[in-house]
Design a protein around this ligand. Structure first.
Ligand SMILES: Nc1nc2c(ncn2[C@@H]2O[C@H](COP(=O)(O)OP(=O)(O)OP(=O)(O)O)[C@@H](O)[C@H]2O)c(=O)[nH]1
Length: 592
């Protein structure tokens, strides 16, 4: 059923809207909103950390815990964050007084955000505001403690807020290439959150032909143990309605549209320029109805905004009970390879639509064998250019803990402010506690790595995706033995898929990693760098890098720069490309 709410009194004046950024992450999100340009709302930054606070572009700022934390952050302790906000309760209350709607942006997992968010939320509600919380959950690599702190705070916010929109940083991190830095992952998350906030604000404050009110928003975002689904898309030109809808359905928070299939209520808002026609609206709503259950309650709003020009935007907001969300996530995606990921509002680029997704593949000259490639399902969806040289590296599974995974709070506890300020590009700064054993394991693993070179681009079809998914799943299995895959390239012109066959570990004498470290795709650079530094140190007859950050370098004596270990390719005829033996690991070839 489609419902057309017509009560224009239900919308609120923009002067009554306040966007609050709380804690380090919240302040960064708020800054992103300000920098992206958001009219019609006041911005307020709240934090314990005076350094981050004073760097914020928000006009209004409140420092928490002046006496308690004395300008420093809460050091990852929510208890401290809670006491700090209670110290400034009067100031917070005064700043929120008279607001009709408050958007609270916060990164959960740290001390200030997790501890103070429920209290700020309560104060805003007591002041009569409708409170929408945008909260991020920590990356999985941040460790269990942060995740638990985030969950506790999230549960409180679910009860206290009117609407809760949750973003999983890990999930949004999938939007960037695995090898890109954590800054990129945070930036991608912030962009998406900023677009979501702007879309929701537009939805409720822009006067429309058919208005959407706060009660509609509340209906769409029921809070008790449910998570928000959100998608928005924008397009112009011919078929703009269809394209905008497709872009919205591609939003990662809708799991490429899959999550809508189980929803009960969807709020849909369209906005176009003065040439927006009823016919377009009807077409779009008809298409949307194919993606939601027949019984779904569709709340609909539309607005004409001359500044949209030829563009048409669609915003969809819904929610799904958490148990169904988990069930959905464990079921396989249906057509993932055909959909491109979008970050919040995506502008349709018709020329790029036809391009096949490209992935580097091994060349045909002779069938090559390699062990678990650094290829994940996420990397297949990335619209970043795909390299033509794909490095395939041994990936072994953890026992007991992966070397590159941080299980405690160390990197953030060490910093008084947002982890955003950590220089992750410096390997010494990263909390990679690589043991001697791990390092030996990594050397052994690296010695059997190979490199494939290709100039070809191949298109990915569903079968190829399944292969990638299988590889990806193997990488995620917790209690597995080392996962080895034989990867072969077939002739794409003949429309044959890339194949990856799981291999049973061979009992031969080849050195295998005993410590079973996980080499995550994102740490390849660091490892490569570590090897390079050790190689340089050896060449200059200097001691290798300090053991704490880099491992001890044990086993490096076996690595020779002349010829180099050939691992699995030992004895095979060399694969030469532009005078280089591709069977020798790349980091060794660099040193020649
Ligand atoms: N999206 C996004 N998430 C961030 C950013 N910085 C940190 N986070 C996430 O937010 C969580 C909380 O970090 P902060 O906001 O810096 O911590 P805090 O709430 O200020 O707490 P304290 O630092 O203990 O005072 C982290 O665990 C990260 O998962 C950011 O810039 N963007």
């Amino acid at each position: 059923m489609i419902e057309f709410p017509r009560d224009s009194q239900n919308t609120i004046p923009s002067s009554s809207v306040k966007i609050v950024g709380l804690g380090g992450a919240g302040t960064n999100m708020l800054d992103r909103v300000v920098l992206d340009g958001m009219d019609g709302a006041e911005m307020l930054a709240i934090n314990t950390d005076i350094r981050t606070l004073s760097g914020s572009v928000a006009r209004d700022r409140i420092q928490l815990g002046r006496n308690l934390t004395k300008g420093l952050g809460a050091g990852g302790d929510p208890e401290l964050g809670q006491q700090a906000v209670l110290e400034a309760e009067g100031e917070v209350r005064a700043a929120l007084k008279g607001r009709k709607i408050v958007f609270l942006c916060v990164g959960l997992g740290g001390g200030t955000g997790s501890g103070a968010a429920p209290i700020v939320c309560r104060i805003a509600r007591e002041e009569g505001a409708f409170v929408v919380v945008f909260a991020t959950m920590p990356f999985s690599f941040e460790g269990r403690r942060r995740r638990e702190q985030a969950e506790t705070s999230l549960n409180e916010l679910a009860v206290l807020s009117n609407a809760l929109v949750t973003f999983d940083n890990t999930r949004m991190g999938d939007l960037v290439l695995a090898k890109q830095g954590i800054h990129e992952a945070f930036a991608a998350a912030d962009r998406m959150i900023s677009e979501s906030i702007k879309a929701v604000i537009r939805l409720v404050i822009r006067p429309g032909l058919i208005n959407v009110g706060l009660d509609d928003l509340m209906t769409a975002l029921r809070t008790t143990r449910s998570r928000c689904l959100f998608g928005s898309g924008i397009a112009s030109g011919k078929d703009r309605a269809q394209k905008a809808l497709r872009n919205a359905l591609n939003s990662p928070l809708l799991d490429q549209g899959a999550l809508l299939r189980d929803t009960e209520t969807v709020l849909v808002h369209l906005c176009g320029g003065e040439d927006l026609t009823l016919y377009e609206i009807e077409l779009l709503m008809q298409s949307l109805s194919k993606h939601v259950p027949d019984k779904a309650h569709v709340l609909f709003g539309a607005a004409v905004d001359p500044s949209m020009g030829d563009y048409l935007s669609i915003t969809m907001v819904s929610s799904l009970p958490e148990d169904r969300l988990h069930a959905q996530r464990t079921s396989p995606l249906e057509k993932p390879a055909l959909l491109e990921p979008t970050v919040g509002f995506s502008v349709d680029e018709p020329e790029e639509e036809e391009k096949p997704v490209a992935v580097a593949a091994p060349p045909p000259p002779r069938e090559r064998k390699a062990v678990a490639p650094a290829m994940t399902a996420a990397s297949l969806f990335s619209d970043e250019p795909v390299p033509t040289i794909a490095e395939f590296t041994t990936v072994t599974k953890p026992a007991p803990e992966p070397a590159a995974v941080v299980e405690d709070d160390t990197p953030f506890a060490e910093s008084e402010s947002s982890p955003f300020s950590i220089d992750h590009s410096a390997p010494e700064a990263a909390a990679v506690d690589t043991s001697e054993e791990d390092f030996a394991g990594i050397s052994a693993a690296a010695s059997v790595s190979g490199t494939f070179v290709t100039n070809e681009e191949i298109s990915i079809d569903d079968d190829d995706f399944k292969v990638a998914e299988e590889v990806s799943e193997a990488l995620e299995e917790e209690d597995e033995e080392p996962a080895f895959f034989e990867v072969s390239a077939k002739d794409d012109a003949a429309d044959e898929p890339v194949e990856a066959t799981r291999l049973e570990p061979e009992p031969e004498s080849e050195p295998k990693a005993e410590g079973k470290p996980v080499i995550l795709p994102g740490v390849f650079d660091d490892l490569d760098e570590a090897f390079t530094d050790i190689g340089e140190a050896a060449a200059e007859e200097k001691p290798a890098a300090p053991a704490k950050a880099r491992g001890t370098g044990k086993g490096q004596g076996e690595l020779s720069f002349d010829g180099g270990p050939r691992g699995r390719f030992e004895g095979a005829s060399p694969s030469l490309f532009e005078g280089e033996d591709l069977d020798v690991p790349a980091f060794l070839r660099k040193k020649r």
